[in-house]
Design a protein around this ligand. Structure first.
Ligand SMILES: Cc1ncc(COP(=O)(O)O)c(C=O)c1O
Length: 381
């Protein structure tokens, strides 16, 4: 694992995402306490929301997390190949050809359709084995999951099929991070109805789970046996409609180097389209990071970077590989980094601030970090 230790010899020329694993562990403990100490299923899909799935999972496992969720089967295999031994759950629609490997590698799959139950029963009849599964119920998201109308028949099908190891049942909120919780409460009511039907049929699930980050904050009564949390672990609030009182810290520090500095006179036009012109003589710095690296392009209008404790406006449109900053009369140093979002000793810009300014979300901005951006894992010495 690459450990970044503030040694300038180790600095890459281009953009970097410094991942503060100590903050990830701190956030885990805060969220676990907030969720009443419940079991945590840490969501590390999409490369750990852009933070690196393997490194994030290892850090969380060291902190005691024993359940991880990914989206694709291949993401689960990647974690197993990296030596992760804790439980791993796959959210995506099960592919029946993965059953054998799921059994071998102890990967828990999702049942979201009556056909999945048939396929599992068929697999068990052939092999005498069955992967562990959780049943997904669609209580209102209208994505994967059996519908409310199908619940009773699919539950009966599970009960009557031999060898199905249905450990859990779950659902997913569509609006738990919104100010108006009316729809989320309807979904919760639906889920409770499903649990009553299962109870009446004599089916026991050892793990019932519903909560994501929004509902950990907004609907603590839906914690059930485990909470599936992603965004809060990475140190951002899922929306600006949740109470933002938890002391979570941004795990990713996204920054890029100043590669060129020059003085320009009033009236100088900067970047594509001529949408930005210097109003007076000023210092323009060129930063080697662009939208191809994950920098949020719309953030140029009204956007800024932070350098040595001060914020400076972005000058003109963000390019594919570079962006320009108006440093005014400051004297920035070539080779040093500016901060785009995250937090370090001198600078701080919350990703939520950018998301709300450009009509996006922290989910989009964090998972967009890619291209030539180099991830470096910071562990305090
Ligand atoms: C099924 C499911 N559960 C839980 C989560 C975690 O959500 P959050 O990052 O808001 O905690 C996600 C993320 O999209 C998800 O798809």
């Amino acid at each position: 694992m690459l450990i970044w230790n503030n040694n300038t010899d180790n600095m890459a020329v281009g953009p970097k995402a410094i991942i503060h694993l100590d903050r990830l562990r701190h956030n885990y403990n805060i969220v676990k306490t907030t969720a009443g100490g419940r079991r945590m299923m840490a969501v590390v899909k999409a490369n750990g929301y852009g933070h690196g799935a393997v490194e994030s999972t290892k850090a969380l496992a060291q902190e005691g997390c024993d359940f991880f969720a990914v989206f694709t089967f291949e993401e689960a295999v990647e974690l197993r190949d990296a030596g992760i031994e804790e439980d791993i759950f796959v959210f995506s629609r099960s592919r029946h050809e993965t059953f054998a490997e799921a059994v071998d590698r102890h990967i828990t799959l999702n049942i979201s359709h009556a056909n999945d139950v048939d396929a599992l029963a068929g697999f068990h009849a052939e092999t005498g084995e069955s992967p562990k599964v959780h049943l997904k119920v669609d209580t209102g998201m209208t994505r994967l999951g059996i519908t409310m109308e199908e619940v009773e028949s699919v539950l009966k099908q599970i009960k009557d099929s031999e060898g199905i190891r249905c450990e859990g049942i779950y659902s997913h909120y569509a609006t738990a991070d919104e100010g108006d919780l009316g729809y989320a409460n309807e979904q919760l009511k639906n889920f409770n109805n499903v649990l009553e039907i299962a109870d009446a049929l004599g089916i026991q699930f050892s793990i019932k789970h519903f909560s994501n980050s929004g509902s950990v904050l907004n609907l603590p009564e839906s914690g059930f046996d485990a909470v599936r949390v992603g965004m809060l672990l990475y140190g951002a609030f899922p929306s600006d409609e949740v109470p933002a009182e938890l002391d979570i810290k941004p795990v990713m520090e996204f920054r890029g180097p100043i590669v060129h500095v020059r003085r320009v006179s009033a009236g100088t036009q900067v970047s594509y389209g001529g949408v930005w012109t210097a109003e007076k003589e000023t210092t323009i710095g060129v930063i080697q990071t662009g939208f191809a690296d994950g920098f949020p392009r719309p953030w140029y209008a009204g956007g800024c970077v932070s350098y040595q404790g001060n914020r400076y406006p972005i000058a003109g449109r963000v390019c594919m590989d570079q962006l320009m900053v108006d440093f005014g009369d400051a004297s920035p140093n070539e080779g040093e980094d500016v901060l785009f979002f995250g937090e370090n000793e001198t600078d701080s810009i919350r990703v939520e601030e950018i998301a709300s300014a450009i009509g996006s979300t922290p989910y989009v901005l964090l998972t967009a970090i890619h291209g030539r951006t180099e991830r470096k894992y910071f562990k305090p010495s």
